[in-house]
Each structure stands twice: as C-alpha cells, then as structure tokens.
Ligand binder design. Structure first.
Ligand SMILES: NC(=O)c1ccc[n+]([C@@H]2O[C@H](COP(=O)([O-])OP(=O)(O)OC[C@H]3O[C@@H](n4cnc5c(N)ncnc54)[C@H](OP(=O)(O)O)[C@@H]3O)[C@@H](O)[C@H]2O)c1
Length: 324
C-alpha cells in the first residue's frame, strides 16, 4: 500500500510501505480521508515520536470503510463506514485501529467531514469535560480558538451551556470563533490578552482554561482562574518553562492538569469515544455542532497542506483525501 514517507531531510513523499496487520481487537480501515494535526508537524521534524507499538507513519485520525475485523471484535463488520482515532498511521491507504477508538460516521456527513472529527473532538471532550469537569454555566478561556481543537471546544462549550472567550491570531479568526459561539476574544498579536479576558472573567474569574500555549500564558492564566478553577495544559506552543505563583495557586485552590491523548491506553480512549458517540454525535447529526474545515487537499499534496497548517492562518481542520 501507499503512505506518506518522511525522508531524511524531512521532505515528504507518497510511496510504498508495508500493509498494516491487525490484532484481535482491531479493525483494518480502507482510508478515504485523513486530516492534519499540529502534532504531525512536530513528528515530521523528529520531535514527537509515536508511542511504542504505534505506526511510524504520521496521521492521528481517518475516515473510510472497514475491510477486515480482528477475531475479538464485537461491534463492527466489514463494510461499515467509520471514522477512527489513531495513535499513528493515518497518512496512508489503510490503517489498523482498536475497535474502541472507532465510531460510525454521523449520519449526513461525508468521509471528508468525518475525518475532521476524531482527534479534535476527543481532545476537546476529554480535556473540557472529563479532566476539567466543565458544566453548564461555567466560563472558559480557549487559547488558539481558531485551531482544530479550539473551534471544536467553542462549539462544545456552547452546546453544553458554558461560555467561552478565545485568543486567536487574526481578526478573521476572531470573527469565525464568535460565529461558532464564543462570547468574545482577543488577537494575540495586539499585545496581552489579560485585561480583555478579565472583563469576560468578571469578579469570580473563569472556571476552565484550555491551553495549548504553556509557559508564555501561565501567569496570566493563573490570574484569570477563579476559586477552584482548572487550567488544562494540552500543548507547549509558547514554551516549556515558566515561574509559577504557588501562593496564588493555593489560595484559589486551583488545579493545573497536564494532558495528552495519544499516549493514553486504548481503554481510556474508548471511554472518551463512547461519550462522544452518546453525547456529541447526535448534536452533529442535528447540525448543532459541525466539523470546521479550512481546506481539502489530495494526500499527494501533503507538503503544501503542511505548509498551510504551519502558516497559522487556518481556521479548523485541513483534510487530505486518499485515492486507491
Ligand atoms: N495534549 C493533547 O492530547 C493534544 C491533542 C491535540 C492537540 N493538542 C494541541 O492543541 C493545539 C492545537 O492543535 P490543532 O491540531 O488543533 O492546531 P492547529 O489547527 O494547527 O492550530 C494551531 C494554532 O495555534 C496558534 N498558535 C501557533 N503558535 C502559537 C503560539 N506560539 N502561541 C499562541 N498560539 C499559537 C495558531 O493560531 P493563531 O495564530 O490564531 O493563534 C495556529 O493556527 C496544539 O498545540 C496541539 O499540539 C494537544
């Protein structure tokens, strides 16, 4: 089969690789569409190796058709149209996935739209609702609001009764985030977001912050959290090391939660996927929540697609279609 190969100089080519094998609790998916995540850009440069046992091929999600099922699988059959969360291997014609990481494509969605769902919906759901315990009436701050994860988090907050304030990198992204349901936001290129975010936070502060930026935002994040507030750290785009005001953290009874999805055991991922299917898939079917797609490329145009994501100008996902 064919897959995207990372060459020694980090350039990309579409070439022959070994066909994946499936385990007892895995299915084999004939991929029709996959999608880019920020982590792929790091993996390509050699900074984010796949977890042990995962495919070396980039790609954390896919949509397509099941063509083989392992002996221990109980839910899916060959011919089922699905989308799946992968620990790797999505940039190819076929991928294996644990059955618990696979969901049916929500009614009414194309394969391209379905490929936009698994990674960012699992990330946003896991971190907002399972890790941070978000509930109706809560106030949230979503950093990188225009990202794949951000555009999903905004919609989930709105659909489940929480309000959100975003930081973004352009006026257009801010407008898009407000259309998706954010109450307000700030362009990070206009200086510090702190004062504008304080107006949103009010006296009581915010309940939850979803932060892929890290060090550069830590101090401001902590000062925006209210009593019992939760800061979920999901990325380090703005640095790794920072000073922490422990007194502020203690007096607010705040929690800082570090979280990664990819390296979690399949049993934990299955819990996230089951909750998505039960609580979110119906809202996608009734179009209350939608996949946000910036652009669609054939997978042979992967280098241009990566350049587009790296430009920081995208809102939502960049999709790759896969020919056979
Ligand atoms: N922990 C996990 O399990 C997990 C899972 C999935 C994703 N993530 C993380 O979540 C983040 C979003 O992922 P994605 O795939 O949705 O990303 P994406 O769609 O590629 O969007 C990333 C956006 O982040 C903003 N950004 C870039 N550098 C920044 C910086 N130094 N400071 C502030 N903002 C910056 C840019 O938007 P603006 O210019 O508009 O700000 C960029 O478009 C990434 O950091 C990713 O690693 C974590």
């Amino acid at each position: 089969m064919k897959a995207v190969i990372v060459n020694e100089d980090h350039s990309l080519s579409w070439g022959e690789v070994d066909h994946p094998k499936i385990g007892d609790h895995e299915v084999l998916i004939r991929i029709s569409a996959t999608a880019i995540n920020r982590a792929d850009l790091m993996q390509r440069k050699g900074f984010y190796p796949p977890p042990p046992g995962a495919s070396e091929i980039m790609g954390l999600e896919c949509a397509g058709e099941i063509v083989e099922v392992g002996a221990g699988c109980t839910r899916f059959m060959s011919g089922d149209k699905v989308c799946a969360l992968l620990a790797g291997g999505g940039y190819s014609q076929y991928a294996s996935a644990h059955e618990g990481s696979v969901l049916p494509i929500p009614d009414g969605l194309s394969d391209e739209q379905a490929a936009a769902l698994p990674e960012v919906f699992a990330t946003a759901w896991l971190n907002l609702f399972i890790e941070a315990g978000l509930k109706a009436g809560d106030k949230t701050i979503i950093h990188a609001g225009g990202s794949g994860v951000g555009t999903t988090a905004i919609q989930l907050c709105k659909a489940f009764g929480a309000s959100s304030f975003v930081t973004v990198g352009s006026k257009d992204k801010l407008r898009a985030c407000i259309e998706l349901g954010a109450s307000g936001g700030f362009n990070r290129h206009d200086g510090s977001f702190l004062e504008t975010a304080k107006t949103f936070a009010g006296e009581s502060g915010v309940d939850v912050i979803l932060d892929p930026v890290g060090a550069g935002y830590l101090s401001d994040n902590l000062s925006l959290l209210g009593l019992g507030g939760r800061l979920v750290l999901i990325g380090l785009m703005g640095g790794i090391k920072a000073e922490l005001d422990l007194a502020q953290m203690m007096m607010k009874r705040a929690r800082i939660i570090g979280s990664t999805l990819r390296t979690r055991p399949v049993t934990e991922k299955a819990v996230v996927m089951a909750q998505l299917e039960e609580k979110v898939w119906p809202k996608i079917v009734n179009q209350e929540i939608k996949p946000i797609i910036e652009a669609v490329f054939p997978i042979t145009g992967i280098a241009d697609a990566h350049d587009l994501v790296a430009s920081d100008t995208t809102t939502g996902k960049v999709i790759l279609t896969v020919d056979h």
